[in-house]
Design a protein around this ligand. Structure first.
Ligand code: NDP
Ligand code: 8X3
Length: 258
Protein backbone atom coordinates (compact mmCIF):
# COMPACT_ATOMS: atom_id res chain seq x y z
CA UNK A 1 0.00 0.00 0.00
CA UNK A 2 1.25 3.52 -0.77
CA UNK A 3 2.17 5.43 2.41
CA UNK A 4 0.68 8.92 2.08
CA UNK A 5 1.26 9.69 5.76
CA UNK A 6 5.06 9.72 6.15
CA UNK A 7 6.43 13.04 7.36
CA UNK A 8 3.05 14.46 8.43
CA UNK A 9 2.30 15.73 11.95
CA UNK A 10 -0.67 14.54 14.02
CA UNK A 11 -2.23 15.71 17.26
CA UNK A 12 -3.90 12.87 19.16
CA UNK A 13 -6.09 13.64 22.17
CA UNK A 14 -6.49 11.01 24.86
CA UNK A 15 -3.29 9.23 23.82
CA UNK A 16 -2.41 7.98 27.31
CA UNK A 17 -4.42 4.75 26.90
CA UNK A 18 -6.70 2.64 24.74
CA UNK A 19 -7.67 3.76 21.27
CA UNK A 20 -5.74 7.04 21.28
CA UNK A 21 -2.54 5.31 22.35
CA UNK A 22 -2.94 2.63 19.65
CA UNK A 23 -3.58 5.29 17.00
CA UNK A 24 -0.46 7.17 18.13
CA UNK A 25 1.68 4.03 17.70
CA UNK A 26 0.13 3.22 14.32
CA UNK A 27 0.73 6.76 13.07
CA UNK A 28 4.33 6.65 14.30
CA UNK A 29 4.86 3.35 12.50
CA UNK A 30 3.67 5.09 9.33
CA UNK A 31 6.25 7.85 9.88
CA UNK A 32 3.99 10.53 11.36
CA UNK A 33 5.38 12.98 13.94
CA UNK A 34 3.19 13.28 17.00
CA UNK A 35 1.77 15.64 19.57
CA UNK A 36 0.12 13.44 22.18
CA UNK A 37 -2.15 14.81 24.88
CA UNK A 38 -4.09 13.73 27.95
CA UNK A 39 -4.20 14.40 31.68
CA UNK A 40 -1.81 11.63 32.79
CA UNK A 41 1.50 13.20 31.84
CA UNK A 42 3.68 10.39 33.29
CA UNK A 43 2.03 7.87 30.97
CA UNK A 44 2.35 10.26 28.03
CA UNK A 45 6.07 10.71 28.78
CA UNK A 46 6.62 6.94 28.80
CA UNK A 47 4.68 6.51 25.57
CA UNK A 48 6.51 9.38 23.87
CA UNK A 49 9.98 8.05 24.72
CA UNK A 50 8.99 4.49 23.74
CA UNK A 51 7.67 5.67 20.37
CA UNK A 52 10.79 7.75 19.72
CA UNK A 53 13.00 4.75 20.49
CA UNK A 54 11.06 2.46 18.19
CA UNK A 55 10.20 4.73 15.27
CA UNK A 56 12.01 7.55 13.46
CA UNK A 57 9.56 10.27 14.47
CA UNK A 58 9.51 13.16 16.93
CA UNK A 59 6.97 13.06 19.74
CA UNK A 60 5.88 15.95 21.95
CA UNK A 61 3.75 15.17 25.00
CA UNK A 62 1.45 17.83 26.42
CA UNK A 63 -0.60 17.59 29.57
CA UNK A 64 -4.05 18.79 28.64
CA UNK A 65 -7.41 18.46 30.34
CA UNK A 66 -9.72 19.27 27.46
CA UNK A 67 -12.39 20.46 29.91
CA UNK A 68 -10.19 23.39 30.86
CA UNK A 69 -10.98 25.80 28.03
CA UNK A 70 -8.43 28.53 28.78
CA UNK A 71 -5.54 26.16 29.43
CA UNK A 72 -6.37 24.05 26.36
CA UNK A 73 -6.64 27.06 24.06
CA UNK A 74 -3.47 28.67 25.37
CA UNK A 75 -1.46 25.44 24.99
CA UNK A 76 -2.84 24.98 21.48
CA UNK A 77 -1.95 28.54 20.53
CA UNK A 78 1.68 27.85 21.47
CA UNK A 79 1.70 24.49 19.67
CA UNK A 80 0.20 25.96 16.51
CA UNK A 81 2.91 28.65 16.39
CA UNK A 82 5.51 25.89 16.33
CA UNK A 83 3.88 23.05 14.39
CA UNK A 84 1.74 22.61 11.30
CA UNK A 85 -0.81 19.96 12.19
CA UNK A 86 -1.91 17.76 9.29
CA UNK A 87 -4.00 15.27 11.25
CA UNK A 88 -6.25 15.77 14.28
CA UNK A 89 -7.53 12.72 16.15
CA UNK A 90 -10.32 13.89 18.44
CA UNK A 91 -10.34 10.82 20.65
CA UNK A 92 -10.36 11.98 24.32
CA UNK A 93 -13.64 10.91 25.85
CA UNK A 94 -15.38 8.87 28.47
CA UNK A 95 -18.60 7.42 29.79
CA UNK A 96 -19.41 7.66 33.49
CA UNK A 97 -22.03 5.43 35.07
CA UNK A 98 -25.04 3.67 33.65
CA UNK A 99 -27.94 5.14 35.63
CA UNK A 100 -31.31 6.02 34.18
CA UNK A 101 -31.95 9.75 33.68
CA UNK A 102 -34.03 10.13 36.83
CA UNK A 103 -31.21 8.66 38.92
CA UNK A 104 -28.35 10.31 37.02
CA UNK A 105 -25.45 12.10 38.66
CA UNK A 106 -25.32 15.65 37.29
CA UNK A 107 -21.59 16.05 37.86
CA UNK A 108 -20.97 12.92 35.76
CA UNK A 109 -23.21 14.31 33.01
CA UNK A 110 -21.25 17.56 33.06
CA UNK A 111 -17.92 15.76 32.87
CA UNK A 112 -19.06 13.76 29.83
CA UNK A 113 -20.47 16.81 28.07
CA UNK A 114 -17.42 18.95 28.92
CA UNK A 115 -15.00 16.29 27.68
CA UNK A 116 -16.76 14.60 24.79
CA UNK A 117 -18.39 17.66 23.23
CA UNK A 118 -16.96 20.92 24.55
CA UNK A 119 -13.34 19.70 24.72
CA UNK A 120 -13.58 18.37 21.17
CA UNK A 121 -14.95 21.73 20.04
CA UNK A 122 -12.17 23.81 21.66
CA UNK A 123 -9.50 21.69 20.03
CA UNK A 124 -11.18 21.54 16.67
CA UNK A 125 -11.74 25.29 16.50
CA UNK A 126 -8.05 26.04 17.07
CA UNK A 127 -6.56 23.29 14.91
CA UNK A 128 -9.00 23.57 12.01
CA UNK A 129 -8.33 27.32 11.71
CA UNK A 130 -4.71 26.49 10.88
CA UNK A 131 -5.84 23.68 8.56
CA UNK A 132 -8.13 26.08 6.72
CA UNK A 133 -5.28 28.56 6.23
CA UNK A 134 -3.18 25.76 4.80
CA UNK A 135 -6.13 24.31 2.83
CA UNK A 136 -5.29 20.82 3.99
CA UNK A 137 -5.90 18.53 6.94
CA UNK A 138 -7.66 15.43 8.20
CA UNK A 139 -9.85 15.20 11.28
CA UNK A 140 -11.11 11.96 12.80
CA UNK A 141 -13.73 12.25 15.53
CA UNK A 142 -14.18 9.25 17.82
CA UNK A 143 -17.89 8.50 17.83
CA UNK A 144 -19.64 5.34 18.97
CA UNK A 145 -22.47 2.94 18.27
CA UNK A 146 -23.84 4.73 21.35
CA UNK A 147 -24.28 7.81 19.17
CA UNK A 148 -26.59 5.85 16.87
CA UNK A 149 -28.53 3.55 19.18
CA UNK A 150 -29.53 4.49 22.73
CA UNK A 151 -29.37 1.75 25.36
CA UNK A 152 -30.64 1.72 28.95
CA UNK A 153 -28.56 4.02 31.14
CA UNK A 154 -26.55 5.29 28.17
CA UNK A 155 -28.55 8.54 28.00
CA UNK A 156 -26.02 11.39 28.32
CA UNK A 157 -23.07 9.41 26.97
CA UNK A 158 -25.18 8.40 23.95
CA UNK A 159 -26.21 12.03 23.46
CA UNK A 160 -22.59 13.23 23.54
CA UNK A 161 -21.63 10.70 20.89
CA UNK A 162 -24.67 11.61 18.74
CA UNK A 163 -23.37 15.19 19.01
CA UNK A 164 -19.93 14.04 17.85
CA UNK A 165 -21.49 12.35 14.82
CA UNK A 166 -23.45 15.48 13.97
CA UNK A 167 -20.34 17.62 14.41
CA UNK A 168 -18.57 15.49 11.79
CA UNK A 169 -21.45 16.24 9.42
CA UNK A 170 -21.30 19.92 10.33
CA UNK A 171 -17.53 20.15 9.90
CA UNK A 172 -17.73 18.50 6.48
CA UNK A 173 -20.33 21.09 5.56
CA UNK A 174 -18.28 24.00 6.95
CA UNK A 175 -15.17 22.87 5.09
CA UNK A 176 -16.99 22.55 1.75
CA UNK A 177 -14.65 23.74 -1.00
CA UNK A 178 -11.48 22.99 0.99
CA UNK A 179 -9.19 19.97 1.12
CA UNK A 180 -10.02 19.33 4.77
CA UNK A 181 -11.56 15.88 5.27
CA UNK A 182 -13.55 14.90 8.35
CA UNK A 183 -14.63 11.41 9.40
CA UNK A 184 -16.14 9.57 12.33
CA UNK A 185 -15.22 6.12 13.59
CA UNK A 186 -18.20 4.68 15.50
CA UNK A 187 -17.15 1.49 17.29
CA UNK A 188 -19.04 -1.02 19.37
CA UNK A 189 -17.30 -2.63 22.34
CA UNK A 190 -13.52 -2.05 22.41
CA UNK A 191 -11.48 -3.58 25.24
CA UNK A 192 -9.74 -0.53 26.79
CA UNK A 193 -9.88 1.34 30.09
CA UNK A 194 -13.28 2.66 28.97
CA UNK A 195 -15.27 0.33 31.23
CA UNK A 196 -12.86 0.76 34.17
CA UNK A 197 -13.64 4.46 33.95
CA UNK A 198 -17.36 3.98 33.40
CA UNK A 199 -17.68 1.74 36.46
CA UNK A 200 -15.18 3.69 38.62
CA UNK A 201 -12.68 0.81 38.73
CA UNK A 202 -15.19 -1.93 39.65
CA UNK A 203 -13.32 -4.87 38.13
CA UNK A 204 -16.21 -7.34 38.12
CA UNK A 205 -18.49 -4.91 36.28
CA UNK A 206 -15.69 -4.09 33.86
CA UNK A 207 -14.85 -7.73 33.16
CA UNK A 208 -18.53 -8.57 32.61
CA UNK A 209 -18.66 -6.16 29.66
CA UNK A 210 -16.06 -8.16 27.71
CA UNK A 211 -16.95 -11.68 28.88
CA UNK A 212 -17.73 -14.57 26.52
CA UNK A 213 -16.83 -12.98 23.18
CA UNK A 214 -13.96 -11.26 21.42
CA UNK A 215 -14.35 -7.51 21.66
CA UNK A 216 -12.63 -5.09 19.32
CA UNK A 217 -9.08 -4.11 20.28
CA UNK A 218 -7.56 -0.64 20.17
CA UNK A 219 -5.34 -1.89 17.34
CA UNK A 220 -8.45 -2.76 15.28
CA UNK A 221 -9.56 0.86 15.55
CA UNK A 222 -6.06 2.16 14.81
CA UNK A 223 -5.97 0.14 11.57
CA UNK A 224 -9.24 1.76 10.52
CA UNK A 225 -7.91 5.22 11.34
CA UNK A 226 -4.82 4.60 9.20
CA UNK A 227 -7.01 3.33 6.35
CA UNK A 228 -9.11 6.51 6.49
CA UNK A 229 -6.13 8.87 6.73
CA UNK A 230 -4.13 7.10 4.03
CA UNK A 231 -6.94 7.31 1.45
CA UNK A 232 -6.10 9.34 -1.67
CA UNK A 233 -6.69 13.10 -1.34
CA UNK A 234 -9.97 13.03 -3.31
CA UNK A 235 -11.47 10.31 -1.05
CA UNK A 236 -13.23 11.49 2.14
CA UNK A 237 -14.34 8.58 4.33
CA UNK A 238 -16.98 10.31 6.43
CA UNK A 239 -18.23 7.54 8.70
CA UNK A 240 -17.23 4.02 9.64
CA UNK A 241 -19.29 1.93 12.07
CA UNK A 242 -17.34 -1.05 13.36
CA UNK A 243 -18.62 -3.73 15.70
CA UNK A 244 -17.19 -6.96 17.11
CA UNK A 245 -18.50 -9.83 14.98
CA UNK A 246 -20.25 -11.12 18.09
CA UNK A 247 -22.05 -7.79 18.61
CA UNK A 248 -24.53 -6.71 15.94
CA UNK A 249 -25.96 -3.80 17.95
CA UNK A 250 -26.08 -2.83 21.66
CA UNK A 251 -28.85 -5.38 22.28
CA UNK A 252 -27.50 -8.38 20.39
CA UNK A 253 -24.20 -9.57 21.81
CA UNK A 254 -23.50 -13.26 21.35
CA UNK A 255 -21.60 -14.60 24.36
CA UNK A 256 -20.25 -18.16 24.43
CA UNK A 257 -21.26 -19.76 27.68
CA UNK A 258 -18.45 -21.37 29.71
P1 NDP B 1 -9.71 4.88 27.58
O1 NDP B 1 -10.31 5.18 28.89
O2 NDP B 1 -8.70 3.80 27.48
O3 NDP B 1 -9.06 6.22 26.97
C1 NDP B 1 -9.68 7.47 27.11
C2 NDP B 1 -8.66 8.55 26.82
O4 NDP B 1 -9.31 9.82 26.95
C3 NDP B 1 -7.52 8.52 27.82
O5 NDP B 1 -6.30 8.68 27.14
C4 NDP B 1 -7.80 9.70 28.72
O6 NDP B 1 -6.57 10.29 29.14
C5 NDP B 1 -8.52 10.65 27.77
N1 NDP B 1 -9.33 11.62 28.49
C6 NDP B 1 -10.42 11.41 29.26
N2 NDP B 1 -10.85 12.55 29.83
C7 NDP B 1 -9.99 13.52 29.40
C8 NDP B 1 -9.87 14.91 29.62
N3 NDP B 1 -10.73 15.57 30.42
N4 NDP B 1 -8.88 15.61 29.02
C9 NDP B 1 -8.01 14.96 28.22
N5 NDP B 1 -8.05 13.65 27.95
C10 NDP B 1 -9.02 12.94 28.54
O7 NDP B 1 -10.93 4.59 26.61
P2 NDP B 1 -11.01 4.40 25.02
O8 NDP B 1 -9.68 4.33 24.42
O9 NDP B 1 -11.94 3.29 24.78
O10 NDP B 1 -11.75 5.74 24.62
C11 NDP B 1 -11.31 6.59 23.58
C12 NDP B 1 -12.52 7.15 22.84
O11 NDP B 1 -13.21 6.08 22.20
C13 NDP B 1 -13.54 7.84 23.74
O12 NDP B 1 -13.99 9.01 23.08
C14 NDP B 1 -14.68 6.82 23.84
O13 NDP B 1 -15.91 7.42 24.08
C15 NDP B 1 -14.60 6.19 22.46
N6 NDP B 1 -15.21 4.87 22.31
C16 NDP B 1 -14.82 3.82 23.10
C17 NDP B 1 -15.40 2.58 22.95
C18 NDP B 1 -15.08 1.41 23.80
O14 NDP B 1 -15.86 0.44 23.86
N7 NDP B 1 -13.94 1.40 24.48
C19 NDP B 1 -16.41 2.36 21.88
C20 NDP B 1 -16.76 3.53 21.15
C21 NDP B 1 -16.15 4.72 21.34
P3 NDP B 1 -6.25 10.80 30.61
O15 NDP B 1 -7.02 9.94 31.57
O16 NDP B 1 -4.77 10.69 30.72
O17 NDP B 1 -6.72 12.22 30.59
C1 8X3 C 1 -18.60 2.72 23.77
C2 8X3 C 1 -19.47 1.62 23.29
O1 8X3 C 1 -21.74 0.52 23.56
O2 8X3 C 1 -20.37 0.82 25.58
O3 8X3 C 1 -18.91 3.91 23.16
O4 8X3 C 1 -21.46 2.69 24.55
S1 8X3 C 1 -20.82 1.42 24.29
Amino acid sequence: MINRLKGKTALVTGASSGIGKAIAYALAEAGVHLIITGRRIKLLEQIARDIEERFAVAVVEVQMDVRDRDDTLSKLEKLLKKYEIDILINNAGLALGLESIDEGDISKWEQMIDTNIKGLLYITKAVSAQMKNRNRGDIINMGSIAGEVAYPGGNVYCATKAAVHMLTEAMNSDFFGTNIRVGTIAPGAVDTEFSDVRFSGDKSKRDAVYEGYEPLSSQDIAEIAIFMLNAPKHVNIQHIRVMPTAQRNPFQLYRESK
